[in-house]
Design a protein around this ligand. Sequence first.
Ligand code: AMP
Ligand code: MN
Ligand code: MN
Length: 315
Amino acid sequence: MKTVTFEKCAELLHNADNILILMHRSPDGDAVGSGYALAHALRKAGKKVMPVCSDDIPEKYGYITDTLEVQNFEPEYIVTVDLADTQLFGDKLIQYKDKVNLCIDHHPSNTGYAEYGIVDAKAGACAQIIKKVINAMNISIDKNIANAIFTGISTDTGCFKYSNASAESYQMAAEMIECGADGFFINKLMFDTKSRQRLEIERLALNSLTYHYDGKIAVIFITKEMMKKSGASDDDTEGISGMPRQIEGVVIGITIREKDNGNFRVSMRSAGDKDVSAVCAEFGGGGHKAAAGCTVTGTAEEVKEKVILAAGAAL
Ligand code: AMP
Ligand code: MN
Ligand code: MN
């Protein structure tokens, strides 16, 4: 992947049309915010463009997705946002894995699968890089773009609470509010609103909580059975991964979710300076130093043991 400047990135996008913007599977606020902010901006520049995701975008992001009219076209230029690895394209988008023209991302573990790219691991959210791309293209930021960028920054920094929230994160968020973003509405919806199903899955998940290595590691295990019992969707479990790390004394918080065919999705969160991205890399995953993920295959017991051992070695 050839690293490009913001000027070059703007030029590439100005010269492109019929642009498909890929977001990662199980889309989060940063993926959706980055994808839709860039799409809105490129529409203003007269482009045919559509953000796409292998999974359905959770309904709570409707205030972002509903503002962009659907366009159908034969894609000519492929851009990815917030997408570290082709593993995360998902079934519907995997066809583009060797065809990505431009990658805009903030994961240090980005595998460099694209032709051109901007990867800034210092950015708290990919949406912060998108904002700079839009500025470099000389496109003005309207309310729709501002809401999308604000959402990306706010969600990836855990409502400005995580270590990745930099002065730039706060400054850009403030600028987005000046451009019309509804910060109160977005933060209330993202952080102070939970579905009943979410509360039910939290209740069950907490019952599964175990401690290891003198309480330095805490593990939550979510089975398919628990998902069924609570009526929760994947969307409802987003953010649960942050819970084990909240416990006093916990250095690494782990959430394991049972998926199909003996696959388990593992989310790791570091409370201090331990690098969980490196731990997840041992299982072919990645992410950020303080928040990373991977998929591990086996029986529930095997997966749990392997993952706890690997995390324990990182203490
Ligand atoms: P999650 O626990 O799924 O919320 O993921 C935490 C962070 O790690 C996110 O920024 C993900 O994009 C990233 N991540 C998760 N799984 C992988 C993977 N298999 N490869 C690379 N990055 C990942
Ligand atoms: Mn993301
Ligand atoms: Mn992100």
